[in-house]
Design a protein around this ligand. Structure first.
Ligand code: HEC
Length: 495
């Protein structure tokens, strides 16, 4: 016993840590804030530590290469002792972390804890939320299965809509024009080094400020925050009615943390790890790429908005939301903290919660995730084939086999992710059709690697027949000069 305390003293004389640790654990908190409402921050921190530990264990087996990622996850699931459990803990930990962080933010907002002098703590918190979402998204990519592939495809297509720098952003994100091995390396670096590094830094800062500024007192209606008096009032309060953090407040945190850890473990055991679903394959269109639950509302929103609204909603929406969150403490940095006297705050939270909930619910029904397989293998309707050449009919077959109708309708039947193609030839010239098929773009995957030149030729020949009778297909003027004779497209009979 004496030896242990001597060793302890030896270290403490050199590290000088005992005093600050004692100070931290005994610092007085307002008695009122030792409440069950105040446990979410420490829960988020604990899950973060859980993610680091399970993440390091996974990284020992996981192979970040396009060819082997999928099978290394399979071997984690099936061969490595408890590998499945660690994957499941990491996956469920991620879901819980996003939820707990969101609840923590909501609580801080409703309790006015972002007001003076804790504005910067709130702002750093916003960055922590963004990084947490970044971790969730990049983690899903590392799974490198069908869901990951299509989730990333949609992410890239969102990035591609940014004016001017869009294509550059996509290239930066994917490490090239298509989703490939370079993409995986990039996301691995993000998920394992870049974002966690920043997270550790920002979390430390966030905690330091919580310690320095003290835990927000329970908001009393009518007790207003004033810049000039708040700090001295707070000190008065903790002196008069404070209690040491340990043991007075900490047991609730510990109890809740234990509860959350058990809940994560229970989900992990009961539901098991996430995927991997099928190997990523651009030719098998994932008709319902299921993102993690907290992005589902976004999918629903995208599919419900008219196409012309998508880009503005995608590009402007998040920027406005983030700016508003960042500006919040400057817009209402003083005044009433209690939610009882802040009807607008309560209304805002309720509206956001209701709309996110509704959209998440709708995401099960929207055209993004119907059972598109029902028509994916249907042959092209007869009337589109009447009077076509052999090459064009062959193109119709490619159209069917490559399941273009998962996303495009012909004669009102088919998916709605892409535009209906009934009269696409009026809109696009042959060159543009070829480019669209080979390079994709918008939300369409690139088929360049999955079509032979002959298939592409046939497919485009078929697409060129898709225009209403009596309306000429689009032509490239320069091409008309070069080729005096072009084969006539055949108009499909109108219903
Ligand atoms: C994952 C869904 C999806 C699949 C599968 C798909 N497309 Fe698309 N396609 C789209 C989307 C979304 C657009 C709109 C792109 C944009 O907004 O720029 C589009 C656009 C097009 C266009 C241009 C239409 C226009 O009016 O501008 C053509 C032509 C086209 N696709 C052909 C095909 C062919 C041929 C196939 C099969 C080889 C196919 N698509 C498979 C989603 C898809």
């Amino acid at each position: 016993m004496r030896l242990i305390s001597q060793i302890g003293e030896w270290f403490d004389q050199r590290l000088q840590l005992a005093a600050p640790i004692r100070e931290i654990s005994e610092h007085p908190v307002p008695r009122s804030s030792a409440s069950w409402w105040y446990v979410f921050g420490s829960a988020a921190l604990t899950i973060f530590v859980l993610q680091i530990v399970t993440g390091i264990l996974l990284a020992m087996i996981y192979v970040p290469s396009a060819g082997e990622a999928w099978s290394s996850l399979q071997s984690l699931n099936h061969d490595v002792t408890l590998g499945w459990f660690i994957r499941a803990m990491h996956g469920w930990g991620s879901n819980f972390m996003v939820a707990v962080v969101l609840i923590h933010m909501m609580q801080v907002f409703l309790f006015g804890a972002y007001k003076f002098p804790r504005e910067l703590t709130w702002i750093i918190g916003i960055f922590l939320l963004l990084m947490t979402l970044g971790m969730a998204f990049s983690g899903q990519v590392l799974r490198f299965d069908q869901d990951a592939y299509w989730g990333l495809g949609i992410g890239a297509s969102i990035a591609s809509r940014v004016p001017i720098i869009g294509p550059f952003a996509v290239k930066l994100m994917l490490g090239g024009p298509i989703i490939a091995g370079a993409t995986l390396s990039r996301f691995f670096a993000l998920h394992v080094f870049v974002i966690p590094g920043m997270l550790v830094g920002f979390v430390s800062l966030h905690l330091l400020m919580v310690l320095k500024l003290g835990i927000n007192e329970w908001p009393m209606p009518g007790r207003l925050v004033k810049r000039s008096t708040y700090v001295s009032e707070y000190h008065e309060l903790t002196k008069k009615d404070g209690a040491p953090f340990v043991p007075y407040a900490v047991w609730k945190d510990m109890f809740f943390v234990a509860f959350i850890l058990v809940a994560i473990a229970a989900c992990a055991v009961y539901f098991g790890p996430f995927g991997p679903t099928g190997r990523p394959d651009p030719t098998i269109i994932q008709t319902s790429p299921k993102p993690d639950y907290f992005f589902l509302w976004l999918y629903a929103l995208l599919s419900l908005l008219p196409p012309s609204m998508e880009t503005p909603a995608l590009l402007i929406g998040p920027v406005v939301v983030i700016l508003l969150l960042l500006l919040l403490p400057f817009l209402s940095g003083e005044g009433e903290k209690s939610w009882r006297r802040r009807p607008i705050a309560v209304l805002t939270i309720s509206l956001i919660a209701i709309s996110l909930g509704t959209l998440t619910h709708l995401s099960g029904y929207t055209p993004w995730s119907p059972h598109m397989n029902a028509w994916s293998g249907d042959p092209v309707p007869d009337r589109f084939l009447r009077g076509t050449t052999a090459l064009q009919r062959q193109g119709a077959l490619v159209f069917q086999v490559k399941q273009c109708r998962n996303c495009h309708s012909l004669g009102d039947l088919g998916g709605q992710r892409g535009p209906a193609l009934d009269s696409v030839a009026v809109r696009l010239t042959q060159d543009q059709l070829i480019r669209q098929v080979i390079q994709g773009g918008g939300n369409m995957p690139a088929y360049g690697k999955n079509l032979s030149p002959a298939e592409t030729t046939a497919l485009v020949a078929f697409l060129e027949t898709l225009h209403p009778a009596g309306q000429a297909p689009a032509r490239d003027a320069s091409r008309d000069l070069a080729l005096s004779e072009t084969p006539e497209g055949h108009a499909p009979a109108q219903p």
